[in-house]
Design a protein around this ligand. Structure first.
Ligand code: PLP
Length: 402
């Protein structure tokens, strides 16, 4: 009898994922299959494919081809508890597609108040138009969350940590309560990915990720994914097919390339982020550092309990509320680009002011000096953190100049 091998660890799974010979043929990576029409051997073959709506069965370009199937399989393999993964042309498309797969007219959706703004806009716009109501809840208040449920609550939208303000919520408790109430829990897991937060294992029904961020890792493509167990995977797949959503094989190939180094990139950028966050805490210009993996942060306890990893994205709040000074800070940075998105190899800085978009929580947070409200979000890339600190120091110096 051959010796039994132990299950592969994460680094090994990142190398092996999605590299089935069915997709790669005799080469290391799945080739880019550019295809709309799939040609059948015979009429009997064409008929046989009709009843088999699964990855691996050729049908037509909209169902994908081996490049996309390899990526979906890789992501499924990296998400414990997943039966399958649906790919979407962007992270926002994944959020909208997943919510549309779950919700029906007259349902109520609960939305975590730290959610990414386009997720909120989907609730306020698209879903409202289809007769679906929503209520925002404070992600840090489990009692308020429970109290927000009503007979019509069909689904819960979570984001942990919130990608601007970094609150980690008690996802296992929230997902368990949703299940008890007969509601579906969906989570935007872009920050941690399945490596840092195995969302389905923690009780969520559907895990949504913007692959634009960490999976791509190089700021040169856009894509999203939703992974789920069998029941919801089928619903996601059918809804996405009816919406005509498809991703290009070129982008799928880029995503697979990014995936291979994602573990290393996340480890490095997390270590750099912690170092920079610690330094920011010592700066007189900084009122609050919002970084769940920093001991002493309000979210550190839950992060440590539930997460096995993190990333380079965190925020801080400047003292004093001087917007022009914040603009001088950001403009003076040379290594940090000013821009949306994150998770690339290059660092970014983004000023933010969440007060106007909050519905169930306060900003500045209760107990803070109300002047201390101007946020800056940093996405820490793969530069040497000492160079990034030096760059931030120049930014702080520029705040004082007039
Ligand atoms: C960027 C982002 C998305 C959307 O992803 P796109 O690929 O840009 O559409 C979703 N959720 C979070 C938390 C994000 O930061």
């Amino acid at each position: 009898m051959s010796k039994q091998r132990p299950p592969h660890r994460t680094a090994t799974r990142l190398v092996e994922a999605g590299r089935d010979k069915r997709w790669t043929g005799p080469v290391v990576n799945p080739p880019v299959w550019r295809a709309s029409t799939h040609l059948y051997e015979s009429e009997a073959d064409r008929k046989a494919a009709l009843g088999d709506n699964n990855d691996g069965t050729f049908y037509y370009g909209r169902r994908g081809a081996p490049t996309q199937w390899a990526l979906a399989e890789a992501l499924t393999g990296l998400e414990p508890g997943a039966h399958g993964t649906v790919l979407y042309p962007s992270g926002v498309a994944a959020i909208a597609g997943a919510l549309m797969a779950v919700l029906r007219p007259d349902d109520v959706l609960l939305v975590s108040d730290n959610s990414y703004e386009p997720s909120r806009n989907i609730a306020r716009g698209l879903l409202k138009k289809w007769g679906i109501e929503h209520r925002f809840f404070d992600p840090l208040d489990l009692e308020a969350y429970r109290a927000a449920f009503c007979d019509k609550t069909r689904a819960v939208w979570l984001e942990s940590p919130g990608s601007l303000t970094m609150e980690v919520c008690d996802v296992p408790a929230m997902a368990a309560f949703a299940r008890e109430q007969g509601a579906v829990s969906l989570i935007d897991n872009t920050w941690a990915t399945s490596l840092g937060f195995p969302a389905l294992e923690h009780g969520c029904d559907i895990s949504v990720t913007s692959l634009t961020k960490h999976v791509s890792g190089h700021s040169d493509m856009m894509m999203g994914s939703a992974s789920a167990g069998e029941r919801w995977y089928r619903a996601l797949r059918l809804t996405s097919q009816q919406l005509g959503q498809v991703v290009s094989p070129d982008d799928a190939s880029l995503a697979l390339r990014g995936l291979r180094t994602m573990g290393l990139r996340l480890e490095q950028s997390t270590a750099s982020a912690v170092e920079i966050a610690q330094w920011l805490k010592t700066r007189p210009e900084v009122a609050h550092v919002l970084c769940p993996m920093l001991p002493g942060d309000g979210s550190y306890g839950l992060w440590q309990r539930d997460f096995t990893g993190a990333c380079g994205l965190f925020s801080f709040v400047l003292k004093g509320g001087d917007e022009a000074a914040r603009a001088r800070f950001v403009d003076a940075l040379e290594l940090f680009g000013i821009g949306y998105s994150w998770g690339g190899y290059e660092s970014l800085a983004l000023p933010f002011d969440p007060a106007s978009i909050r519905a169930a929580t306060e900003w500045p947070r209760a107990g803070w000096d109300p002047e201390d409200r101007l946020g800056v979000r940093l996405s820490i890339g793969l530069e040497d953190p000492k160079d990034l600190v030096a760059d931030l120091e120049c930014g702080f110096a520029a705040m004082k100049e007039l």
